[in-house]
Design a binder for this molecule. Structure first.
Ligand SMILES: [Zn+2]
Ligand SMILES: [Zn+2]
Length: 356
């Protein structure tokens, strides 16, 4: 197959909950770039919140009408001049932001926090993974171990990376019980990884009974509570009236953030990773006097993502268990509807499903 002479279909998100399929020439890798034959490209909550429904943000952070998809995983088809490590055939996960490489955040591998004008997130400001091929910087790629599926890899590129980062920053382990508010894909990731890190008990809260049922069926939570007026009482009732030693809000909803904080035990830690909105709470009563540490945590670093991929391989743990819907590219509209509906697990677009 000669990719040079072909075109490919890519998914564009014009807003207003619509999905467009467009034809593009297959790109060629420039210096330091690799051409990745996409295999799996999953849908993130931020794709729904800030692109699919309406384009949020302004300037450098806004969606630029490019091919969508910032959770890409595939196999290298071609390498550009000057690539030093990767070769055609290598399976890779792509960290979804290319940064300037020179600022403090880039040097630490947190390209998500790069403020330089050249910063570009795949699927936001430069073409992403919802197409047969994607151009990526070699430096943004992480080798995917053979034991992990392409969907496993795609799920690490944002959601599992985000959950892992927050859990590691909180230092969760066997001394902790973990409260997860929002059992969407990131909440499922937090529950799965929290358990693997040794958390002794995982409690999950969500508006959707089907999401709680999924988390329970997957064995990721010990108890699930529907969000509502009595959720805090129920969390306290199963934790001896004290709350969990660690909590993480993956929903971004004010009530869920408040619940995560109020359901945290004295001297405990609480992480906010769900995006958007605000929260209002009595600072003395719920934060200061309880001696709680709050973590704001945005995605993860390239190094931490590589660490996660290595650990998943060692643990034999598969994020793809949380993927409930796998659809081909020509059904991207349906895939986005499912993801926006808020009742499923992870939704993933599958490309080139030839088993390789
Ligand atoms: Zn994301
Ligand atoms: Zn930078």
């Amino acid at each position: 197959m000669n990719p040079i002479s072909e075109t490919m279909t890519g998914v564009v998100l014009p807003g207003n909950s619509t999905v467009l399929l467009r034809e593009y020439p297959i790109p060629r890798p420039g210096p330091g770039q690799v051409l990745v034959r996409m295999k799996a490209s999953s849908i993130c909550g931020s794709d729904i919140r800030a692109i699919y429904r309406e384009h949020l943000g302004t300037g450098a952070e806004a969606y630029q009408g490019v091919i969508a998809g910032h959770e890409p995983c595939g196999r290298i088809a071609e390498v550009g001049a000057g690539c030093r490590v990767l070769e055609p055939g290598n399976r890779v996960v792509i960290y979804h932001i290319s940064g300037c490489g020179l600022c403090d955040d880039c040097r630490y591998g947190y390209m998500i926090g790069c403020h330089d004008r050249v910063r570009a997130a795949y699927g936001w400001q430069r073409d992403g993974g919802h197409a047969a091929y994607m151009l990526a910087e070699e430096a943004n790629c992480i080798r995917l171990p053979d034991s992990l599926s392409y969907i496993d890899g795609a799920l690490c590129a944002c959601g599992f990376g985000t959950a892992y980062e927050a859990l590691v920053r909180m230092g969760v382990g066997g001394r902790d019980r973990l409260l997860v508010t929002g059992m969407g894909p990131v909440g499922l990731a937090a529950a799965m990884l929290g358990r693997q890190l040794g958390v002794s008990r995982v409690l999950g809260v969500d508006l959707s009974g089907s999401r709680l049922a999924l988390a329970t069926d997957l064995g990721l939570i010990d108890e699930g509570f529907e969000a509502g007026d009595d959720a805090l009482e129920r969390v306290l009732a199963v934790t001896g009236g004290r709350g969990c030693e660690a909590s993480i809000d993956c929903s971004g909803a004010a009530s869920a953030r408040s619940l995560a904080l109020r359901g945290t035990r004295e001297w405990g830690r609480c992480a906010f990773v769900g995006e958007g909105g605000t929260v209002d709470f009595d600072v003395s009563r719920h934060l200061i006097h309880k001696q709680i540490t709050i973590f704001g945590s945005w995605v993860t670093s390239l190094g931490r993502m590589a660490e996660l991929v290595e650990r998943l391989d060692r643990w034999g743990l598969h994020p793809d268990r949380t993927c409930t819907h796998r659809l081909p590219l020509d059904r991207a509209g349906e895939a986005y509807q499912l993801a926006a509906d808020g009742r499923s697990g992870k939704v993933c677009i599958i490309l080139d499903d030839d088993g390789s």
